[in-house]
Design a protein around this ligand. Structure first.
Ligand code: TYM
Length: 333
């Protein structure tokens, strides 16, 4: 079987962008692959973070993977910082990655502008750590949202450079492909349909979290940005909010685009918003219930992460050894 690797940062909890752009797809394809799903807590400290909540947030994301339907018969779940090969490979790859490749990354430029002089070196080399995450497992496919595409292209550039410079006869690193589904690949903010839904948006009203209680979901949808036009349509560039909300309804209700387009073409917002609210609450309810059950039994979650770590470590250490040998290192005796 081909291998899949993907991950989410434990900064706050999951929002609908993370769920619809990434995790939902992991769940749908998991039985075709051998999967590794990582909670990328080393990435979480590339911007200022709260030490008091890092461990709890990490457990929350791992529990949400399970609650969303990750199946341990096909997949392993582990914490990035528990497998030290991630940091080690990232260092080795940093030394062969040209600085200007990293300075050109869109996400770095966006985040760096926001933070001004406080921007850390970690934020710059963040994509190399992500490359290490993927390459340690020799992953064939990386299912992500649209915003991660450039990072996977960089990963491919690093693979080609490494194999060319250090492993000409027998490639050591495997070229991964991004797996980006069209629908849901870019879920937009509820308060501005031209910006993506994001954990770092200061406004809570801009996103719906997977763990939001029903009242909060209702309030966020009630207050979300719309337009004065009657009749709802997909794909009108003048109506980004309309396209986003219809897409959310389509994905959360599990209906096709044609059915949703026909159902909503004569609707006004006053009719659509309660429908979207009810659909969202119903779609998230089973995830929330499963999450609660998992959090009630911490020892189960701990055993899942211990197993995941063991499986991950065995594979990661093999790749790390091959990379070190290719670079000319002696191995510890
Ligand atoms: P992160 O934690 O920002 O997001 C996790 C996943 O959610 C997707 N996503 C979205 N999809 C659609 N619409 C949105 N508004 C939206 N916002 C986020 C992301 O594309 C991602 O798939 N660098 C990664 C984490 C990472 C990783 C990896 C991913 C680290 N190592 C190795 C894959 C493989 C990140 O910050 O994702």
């Amino acid at each position: 079987k081909q291998r899949v690797l993907s991950g989410v940062q434990p900064t706050g909890n999951l929002h609908l962008g993370n769920y619809l752009g990434a995790i939902r797809n992991w769940v749908e394809i998991q039985d075709q692959y051998d999967n590794f799903f990582c909670v990328v807590d080393l990435h979480a400290i590339t911007v200022p973070h709260n030490p008091a909540s890092l461990a709890a947030d990490t457990y929350t994301i791992a529990a949400l993977y399970l609650a969303c339907g990750i199946d341990l018969n096909h997949s392993s779940i582990f914490v990035q910082s528990h497998v030290s090969a991630h940091s080690e490979l990232a260092w080795l790859l940093n030394c062969i990655t040209p600085l200007n490749w990293l300075q050109d990354m869109i996400q770095f430029k966006e985040k760096a502008v926001k933070q001004g002089e406080n921007v850390s070196t970690g934020l710059l080399i963040y994509p190399v750590l992500m490359a290490a995450d993927i390459l340690l497992y020799q992953a064939d496919k990386v299912p992500v949202g649209e915003d991660q595409k450039q990072h996977i292209e960089l990963t491919r550039d690093i693979v080609n450079r490494f194999n060319h410079q250090f492993a000409k006869d027998q490639p050591v690193l495997k070229l991964p492909d991004p797996l980006i589904r069209k629908d849901g690949a870019r879920v937009m903010s509820l308060t501005d349909g031209t910006r993506k839904m994001s954990k770092s948006d200061p406004s809570e009203l801009s996103r719906i979290n997977v763990l939001d209680p029903p009242e909060q979901i209702a309030n966020k949808i009630k207050r979300c940005k719309t337009d004065p036009v009657r009749g709802l349509t997909f794909d009108d560039p003048e109506r980004p909010e309309c396209n986003n909300l219809l897409t959310l309804y389509m994905l959360l209700s599990g209906q096709t685009k044609e059915v949703v387009a026909a159902e909503c073409q004569d609707m006004g917002w006053g009719q659509f918003k309660p429908l979207l609210t009810e659909t969202t609450i119903n779609a998230l309810k089973p995830i929330q219930e499963k999450y609660q059950a998992i959090m009630d039994d911490k020892s189960y979650l701990e055993s899942v992460l211990r197993d995941g770590r063991e499986k991950a470590q065995a594979i990661a250490n093999q790749t790390l050894t091959q990379v070190k040998l290719a670079l000319g290192y002696s191995l510890p005796l």
